[in-house]
Write a protein that binds this ligand. Structure first.
Ligand code: ATP
Ligand code: 5RP
Length: 456
């Protein structure tokens, strides 16, 4: 393994064998491939050598991120992940390039860079599907098609207009390397912010970059991939706002603030049901991450232009700490001072409203629906907050709620409801998470149009 800057400027330490040679390479050989990483000593970074990491999770239980975003299948998984990664890295040379991606060159003045910050397992993939869906241009797919369709293991998703990049790709060390440093991936020192800044600046100038890849399946740093500028570029991950230089490049930023109780429920759902983890392991994982999460991730809330805060319901609170979390209260916290952005409001701007729309126009079953709108000081910034607790059982009746909302970013009345209906089968489709994420997506489209003067 090499450092990212070495990977990019000197090329990876991988040979480029012929297909015949590749066919004869065994997993055993690749498991012995050496890499160079970093370790920390008194604040200084030192090199160390490590072999490729050993997987602790069964291969079939972890899906590559881009596959989860796009909701597509990449075909059967090969038994040895080490072998798969090495085969691909070797087969694709120094930089993975998607030669099928036909996009007209974009004018750098007509692009926006959006940051989405959240902890792992907090619904970024779900939000990305809603957000990219608003821009049309076809369903986003993994860059290069993804592994299994002739591509490589990637975290990057592309459509005609959008490119979603995952900041995990800027991890400084691979999984084995982090075991040596003893630091978590959330730690500032485990991420290459210099390179992140350099590359995001290049994209904003209209230049193509060779972005590193952190392979979540193997826990390895793979051959970089070529990323060309797109009209709407989204960086999502743990730290889009931590480094002031990177934060300064963003046209708009969102923080998904999932309260501990909700995060735990979602992690159980995903890691127990989909990945076969034990409950105790999930608890331990959350606890292990918590100090660094509080130190490096959570403070970004103060810098975000918009925060989507997800809390247990007050209309139908869980019976106790261990009861399943069926209903949610979601707050859309909107800073009032952001360029190109006018907060969504309910009924009258600047007022304070609590509204239960249940009645002739909107049928409610348990637990019902409550909306609220008010202003508040959020982490030292003036903000307008739209709040939703409960669910909209019949999403078509969302039209009645839409009637009382203003500055939604919809191009015509009814578009918000249409988008809610499109996402009704996604997680949170009938509650405030789906509702606020859809509003956020419409607002981002509006920001793109205002900032660039282009129609999305
Ligand atoms: N609004 C929601 N309501 C209920 N469950 C949700 C919601 N959003 C996400 N989830 C669930 O939470 C889990 C994690 O979601 P998702 O994979 O989108 O998170 P992520 O932030 O992309 O995670 P990672 O960074 O680890 O890839 C999934 O099981 C998903 O179904
Ligand atoms: O926080 C994370 C994702 O946002 C991951 O923990 C981090 O990227 C390390 O990945 P892995 O656990 O697959 O080695």
């Amino acid at each position: 393994m090499m450092r990212y800057d070495q990977l990019i400027h000197e090329g990876p330490r991988q040979s480029s064998p012929s297909l015949l040679q590749l066919a004869s390479v065994s997993a055993t050989v690749f498991c012995a491939v050496f890499g160079i990483g970093y370790t920390f000593s008194g604040g200084l970074v030192e090199n160390y050598a490590t072999t490729r990491p050993v997987q602790t999770q069964p291969a079939a239980l972890i899906l590559p991120k881009a596959v989860r975003y796009a909701g597509v299948s990449q075909g059967p998984q090969v038994e040895s992940r080490e072998a798969r990664t090495a085969l691909h890295a070797a087969a694709t040379g120094t930089v993975n390039r998607d030669s099928t991606l036909q996009r007209p060159k974009v004018d750098p003045k007509k692009t926006v860079l959006i940051g989405v910050a959240a902890d792992s397992g907090c619904g970024k993939s779900t939000f990305m599907r809603r957000l990219t869906g608003i821009f049309g241009g076809g369903k986003p797919t993994p860059l290069g098609g993804g592994f299994g369709t002739g591509g490589w293991e990637t975290n990057t998703l592309v459509s005609d207009k959008t490119t979603v990049m995952c900041l995990d790709d800027y991890h400084l060390n691979d999984r084995a390397g982090r075991k040596v440093t003893g630091l978590t991936a959330l730690d500032q020192r485990e991420n290459n912010f210099d390179l992140m800044f350099e590359q995001m600046s290049s994209l904003k100038r209209g230049e193509t970059i060779a972005k590193p890849i952190y392979n979540h399946v193997n826990g390895t740093l793979d051959t970089p991939e070529e990323i060309a500028p797109a009209s709407i570029m989204i960086i999502e991950g743990l730290h889009p706002l931590l480094d002031d230089r990177v934060a300064g490049l963003l046209d708009f930023s969102i923080y998904l603030d999932i309260s501990d109780r909700v995060k735990f429920a979602w992690k159980i759902q995903r890691d127990m049901a989909e990945r076969g983890w034990a409950l105790e392991d999930i608890k331990k994982d959350i606890e292990k991450r918590k100090p660094d999460f509080d130190k490096y991730v959570a403070p970004q809330r103060a810098k975000a232009d918009m925060v989507i805060e997800v809390l247990p319901s007050r209309l139908a609170p869980p019976k106790d700490e261990t009861a399943p979390l069926e209903y949610l209260r979601v707050r859309l916290i909107q800073k009032t001072t952001t360029k190109h952005f006018d907060p969504v409001y309910l009924i009258e701007k600047g007022s304070s409203v609590t509204w239960k729309p249940c009645g002739d126009n909107l049928q409610c079953e348990y637990p019902g629906l409550q909306l609220a709108y008010y202003t508040e000081e959020y982490m030292g910034h003036p903000a307008e907050v739209l709040e939703m607790d409960g669910v909209i059982h019949n999403l078509k009746e969302g039209l009645y709620v839409e009637k009382f909302l203003h500055n939604t970013g919809a191009k015509e009345f009814g578009e918000l409801t249409q988008e809610l209906l499109k996402g009704q089968n996604s997680p949170g489709g009938d509650n405030g998470t789906g509702f606020m994420q859809t509003l956020a997506a419409l607002k981002i489209r509006e920001i793109y149009e205002r900032a660039t003067g282009e129609k999305a």
